[in-house]
Design a protein around this ligand. Structure first.
Ligand code: PAF
Length: 292
């Protein structure tokens, strides 16, 4: 497995692989790898001859510097996990390599970045889309794989690739969950035992909504009320958003659901009482399929 730090070197290798007729699959990450990332590696492997994984904690997508400081870093363990998973190249650039201090160019996607995570985290998607564009230009992959847990991110990336005419196939990796339903996330390491227990309300709320839809519920308002009720059962959980949206355009779902609809959640799990500790922001989602 090669570890590459420089864009020019990665581009040269991409040209060589392409000239030899080999396809490249890229898995962009910010490190702190877990089984969810490794499932994306598997998705890439099924489709391409070479699997490349990037590790770059992208400063421009953090609206709060404290959030970036709290982001876990496990580089050596990540390299071991990549080796074991048969990754061919890890691209791990430094911040200077990806952002020239003199750079004036950003890639911005419009309406689809405004709701949900975009509403709460101004500038977040501009940072994500700019770095994803740079990674695609650096690795020249045939396929790039992103997890469905960051559903809005995936929708925004698809939109950018379509709008800019990038010659890359975007593949979605399904959410990977612990046995009890908690969606895998690099941020889960910041949950203490009690916070982790309370974090299960995200998945429980999604399950409750899915059951209600299976039983014939199609009213948006009733479904969102149910979701709020479920999350309300955890005293340390505070909803940032709980919304029903079109899975592609991310427009607000109609009052009566008639087709596949995204239920997207962002929830803060707060430390107990006034205690000092880490507030962890978790996201999760499910596409609901109302009965015809
Ligand atoms: O999902 C992530 O880990 C990041 O947002 C990404 C896509 C690697 C861009 O920094």
């Amino acid at each position: 497995m090669r570890v590459i730090r420089h864009v020019a070197e990665l581009q040269q290798l991409a040209d060589r692989e392409r000239s030899l007729g080999r396809s490249i699959g890229l898995v962009p990450t910010m490190g702190a790898l877990h089984a969810g990332h490794l499932s994306l590696v598997e998705q890439a492997r099924r489709r391409t001859d070479r699997v490349w994984l990037s590790i770059f904690v992208n400063p421009s997508q953090f609206d709060d510097p404290k959030d970036m400081d709290a982001y876990p870093s496990t580089f050596e363990a990540d390299l071991r996990a990549c080796r074991a998973a048969g990754v061919d190249v890890v691209f791990a650039p430094g911040a200077d390599e990806m952002y020239d201090p003199d750079s004036q160019t950003w890639v911005d996607v419009d309406e689809i970045t405004l709701p949900l995570c975009g509403a709460a985290r101004p500038g977040h998607f501009r940072g994500v889309i700019t770095i994803v564009t740079k990674l695609l230009l650096a690795a020249k992959p045939h396929v790039a794989v992103f997890g469905e847990k960051d559903f809005q991110q995936l929708a925004v990336i698809r939109r950018m690739v379509r709008d800019l005419g990038f010659d890359v196939e975007i593949v979605a990796g399904p959410i990977v969950r612990e046995a009890d339903g908690l969606a895998l996330s690099s941020r889960n390491v910041n949950l203490d035992a009690e916070a982790r227990r309370q974090a299960l309300v995200l998945c429980q709320a999604l399950d409750a909504a899915e059951r209600a839809v299976a039983a014939g519920e199609t009213r948006s308002k009733a479904l969102l009320q149910l979701v709020r009720q479920e999350i309300g059962k955890a005293p340390r959980a505070e909803i940032e958003y709980a919304e029903l949206r079109d899975p592609e355009s991310l427009e607000v779902a109609p009052p009566e659901l008639a087709r596949a609809t995204l239920l997207a959640l962002a929830v803060f799990i707060r430390p107990p009482g006034a205690a000092a500790g880490t507030t962890v922001r978790l996201i999760d989602n499910r596409v609901l399929h109302p009965q015809p």
